[in-house]
Design a protein around this ligand. Structure first.
Ligand code: ADP
Ligand code: ZN
Length: 615
């Protein structure tokens, strides 16, 4: 094998050499000699030249012995021609190369043409994009609508029974439109679902489609707000056309307030686009008759900003309120979401529901999910109550910040503060029982006391509010009693804010001040307890304003002093609770019971478990 390669290589080299040799010979035979101008002139004089060819500054000449030469004229020589003619030498020349006119035009115009070309290219690009936006809708933007058959049923939606009742007849209609048409009844075209985020509006709309076994088109109001005016309107048209083809069906528009804001209000940019989209939506809604089997469901949490034209009869005239679930609702929602996870026997949905006031359906679903993750993290086979507790705390106040370094003194300080809250909370009348207290820092708080309301708060009694104020000052008072007034920290800022707002509301809103009577002294509609944007109204005289201030101060002083007395009378409990907190970091309701009864504190139920988990 090698030999063959070697041989062929050898012959190849020989072959190449031969070729070069031949070429060399050929070149040699036609060799043109270079010579200088002086020599050229002398050869002319000697009359040895036969032929001359002038090519610009180059001169090729052939001598009488047929040898060829070339030379270069360094300067323009006017006498050369006469010299050659006098020796009777044959002179020839090569005409200068004529450039094509087209070519020269092209060269001079090239930059301009290039510019025009680039401009055309960009214009086409933009045009294409606009065209795409309008024409290819529904092909590329599948995200906006899909018409899958939905598998969700009413059983998956818990805790909003009124809303469910209200939409139940829609299912009947979508199933048997003919039955209703026979009697000439008009079915509502549009339903507006109003409620805070996460309360299950989308879920309910899907459940209607699922129960009636019809298609479900979904799109979000914010999808319509595009850069190009007219695109949104065109999308609306497309969606309705598509819906007509696949009717009966439900069109669900999430966040309708993104397009349906009052027209002419100067809020945010892109008004033209939004108004056109909204107008198109109104036109389409008016265009379809009640018997086409299309029901429009829109969801919003801001019904107040909607354009009134949307709410007129024949449009979204039916409104369904989906509110936050109450205790029983929360329990049912928890049960729905717990169906698919293995639970430990100690899980009590009612207790979880009681501890999660204000949670939406989405929050609860998140809670169940977090608990399952929590259990999985510690390789448990079932999800237990303590997982739910941890998940709830994490959602409510942020994850535990065990990495934050707290000195022993800081921990003790926090332990006294929280114990102060717990003890007052237990010893004033009508207060919610403390359910858990911890000195593990969470979010921005160094320690937290959790009170577990017996039921959702609907009405507060005067006694209960005063108890709350006392309890709020319990933390600060404990600091003061143990460490002295000079050492009191700024950690009570939130306690003070909430307490002051409660007292202010008692005086100005709830009519709990004898001096001022049951009159409204504020024009704040919002609940002042949770935001501190209180402002005196203009219609209050200066005297009244100063009485208000006095009354608020009196109320606070009364409850502050009550709390101080309670704490001083129970100093032994305060110290014991601090010790328990320093030992366990978190103590539960039963341990608090022990402490309040001056008994030795039992270990927490799953102390062993917890200890494993945390370290
Ligand atoms: P909204 O449209 O009101 O913002 P969603 O319908 O999107 O809320 O709810 C989000 C998720 O929260 C749902 O997918 C569901 O898992 C859960 N959820 C909300 N409300 C309920 C409810 N009433 N029953 C069961 N699950 C709910
Ligand atoms: Zn506090």
């Amino acid at each position: 094998m090698r030999d063959i390669v070697k041989n062929s290589l050898f012959w190849l080299v020989i072959f190449v050499c031969c070729i070069f040799a031949l070429i060399g010979l050929n070149i040699n035979s036609k060799k043109i000699h270079n010579t200088d101008y002086t020599t050229f002139l002398s050869i002319i004089e000697k009359n040895e030249i036969k032929k001359v060819r002038i090519n610009g500054n180059y001169i090729n000449f052939i001598k009488k012995d047929n040898s060829k030469y070339t030379t270069y004229i360094p300067m323009h020589d006017t006498k050369l021609l006469n010299r050659l003619l006098s020796k009777h030498i044959i002179i020839s020349g090569i005409p200068p190369k004529q450039k094509s006119i087209l070519f020269s035009i092209f060269i001079s115009w090239f930059p301009t043409l290039l510019l025009i070309g680039v401009w055309f290219y960009f214009m086409r690009q933009v045009k294409n994009n606009v065209g795409k936006g309008i024409n290819s809708f529904g092909k590329s933007k599948t995200r906006i609508f899909f018409d899958k058959k939905i598998k969700i049923s009413f059983a998956d939606v818990a805790g909003c029974d009124e809303a469910k009742e209200e939409v139940r007849e829609l299912v009947e209609y979508l199933k048997e439109p003919k039955k209703f048409q026979k009697l000439g009844g008009k079915i509502p075209k549009g339903i507006l679902m109003i409620g805070p985020p996460g309360t299950g509006k989308t879920l309910l709309a899907k459940a209607i489609a699922g129960e009636a076994k019809v298609s479900f088109l979904t799109l979000s109001g914010s999808d319509f707000v595009e850069m190009f005016v007219g695109v949104g309107a065109s999308r609306v048209r497309d969606v309705f056309n598509h819906a007509r083809k696949i009717a009966p069906c439900i069109i669900f528009i999430d966040e309708i307030d993104a397009v349906g804001r009052q027209r002419g209000s100067a809020f945010g940019g892109g008004n033209d686009e939004r108004e056109q989209t909204l107008n198109q939506m109104l036109v389409e809604m008016d265009g379809f008759e009640g018997n086409e089997g299309i029901i429009l469901i829109a969801a919003t949490n801001r019904p107040d900003v909607l354009d009134s034209a949307l709410l007129r009869p024949g449009r979204f005239d039916r409104q369904v309120v989906v509110s936050l679930p109450d205790i029983l609702g929360r329990e049912k929602i928890l049960q729905v979401h717990m169906k698919n996870i293995p639970l430990s026997t100690d899980v009590d949905t009612m207790v979880i529901a009681r501890g999660t006031p204000g949670f939406s359906g989405a929050d609860l679903s998140n809670l169940v999910n977090e608990s399952a993750l929590c259990a999985a993290r510690f390789n448990q086979k079932v999800v237990s109550m303590s997982d739910f507790e941890q998940a709830k705390d994490k959602i409510l106040i942020g994850s535990e910040r065990r990495s934050m370094v707290m000195t022993e003194l800081q921990r003790e300080f926090t332990a006294y503060h929280e114990s102060g809250h717990v003890i007052i909370g237990r010893l004033v009348p009508e207060h919610d029982p403390a359910h858990k207290v911890t000195i593990v820092p969470r979010g921005r708080a160094l320690g937290v006391t959790f009170f577990l309301p017996e039921s959702d708060v609907i009405n507060l009694s005067r006694e209960k509010i005063e108890s709350q104020i006392s309890t709020l000052y319990g933390g600060r008072l404990a600091e003061e009693i143990i460490y002295g007034t000079q050492k009191v920290s700024t950690g009570s800022v939130n306690d003070i804010k909430v307490a002051t707002n409660l007292a202010r509301n008692m005086v100005t809103k709830w009519g709990f001040s004898e001096k001022l009577g049951p009159l409204l002294y504020t024009n704040e509609d919002t609940d002042v307890i949770f935001n501190n944007t209180f402002s005196h109204t203009k219609y209050i005289s200066d005297i009244t304003a100063s009485i208000i201030d006095q009354e608020i101060k009196l109320l606070i002083e009364k409850n502050y002093n009550r709390a101080k007395k309670i704490l001083k009378d129970n100093l032994d409990i305060l110290h014991a609770m601090k010790d328990a907190l320093m030992k366990y970091e978190t103590i539960d309701a039963m341990q608090i019971d022990d402490l309040m009864n001056r008994k030795t504190v039992r270990h927490p139920i799953n102390w062993e478990n917890d200890a494993d988990k945390n370290f």
